[in-house]
Design a protein around this ligand. Structure first.
Ligand code: ATP
Ligand code: MG
Length: 199
């Protein structure tokens, strides 16, 4: 048999399976998506989904739990273009040389108040909690509180959490989990971080 014929037969079988899966997926509810791992692409994936939702006219909330010293292109663009976006960034700019556990903890708690408000708001159809995992790693926020607020959120709301080292409790409550592996990164090869690609 030629490859072409084998391919067509395989595609026929695949179509039957996919059609069956589509027919089975009938639930309509908000999902919790977790994008973790050491590879590049976590925050950009979350922001890509925010663009997708905004394109459908949905209300979107974004909270950045670690604000770098430089504004990222996606935040500049989104906050300028979109009135249906509710954006909040943690108060302290996070740098490795100004770490102060007490100060960072109170900034995290303040950002978490905004997160709780948005989680309870049924008008917000997608909520991005960017870099939330570190708030749990560094024990700025209590994991039980975070999970409870997420589970009790507005029922149709979708939530995306990003950050490395997601705790097993978070993986367990998430509906969709992607772990991005760091196969290689240009920075390790000495390439400087650049606007439009890295921030
Ligand atoms: P991005 O915002 O580009 O999607 P990310 O959210 O997956 O990245 P973070 O850990 O939040 O990753 O770090 C963001 C910054 O660190 C970006 O400038 C990104 O290019 C860089 N970065 C991400 N992963 C790596 C890596 N494995 N090695 C070096 N730099 C990285
Ligand atoms: Mg990130």
């Amino acid at each position: 048999m030629e490859y072409k014929d084998k391919h067509n037969a395989a595609m026929q079988r695949k179509k039957l399976i996919v059609d069956e899966q589509i027919a089975r997926a009938q639930q309509e509810r908000g999902v919790l998506i977790l994008i973790t791992g050491n590879g590049k692409g976590k925050s950009t994936s979350a922001f890509g989904t925010a663009f997708r939702a905004l394109g459908h006219g949905m209300r979107v909330g974004i909270i950045q739990f670690i604000k770098g010293t430089q504004a990222t292109g996606e935040v500049i663009y989104l906050t300028q273009q979109h009135p249906q976006l509710d954006y909040h960034a943690m108060a302290t700019g996070f740098t490795w040389d100004t770490q102060d556990w007490e100060k960072d903890k109170s900034a995290a708690e303040e950002a978490w108040i905004q997160a709780r408000r948005m989680l309870a708001d049924p008008e917000i159809q997608l909520l991005v909690l960017d870099e939330l995992t570190y708030m749990l790693t560094y024990e700025y926020l209590d994991i039980a509180d975070v999970i409870q607020a997420i589970l009790q959120r507005a029922p149709r709301q979708n939530v995306i959490i990003t950050g490395r080292g997601a705790k097993p409790e978070l993986i367990s409550v998430a509906d969709t989990v992607s772990e991005i592996a760091a196969v290689k990164h240009a920075f390790q090869d000495g390439v400087k971080a650049q606007a439009g690609i890295d921030f």
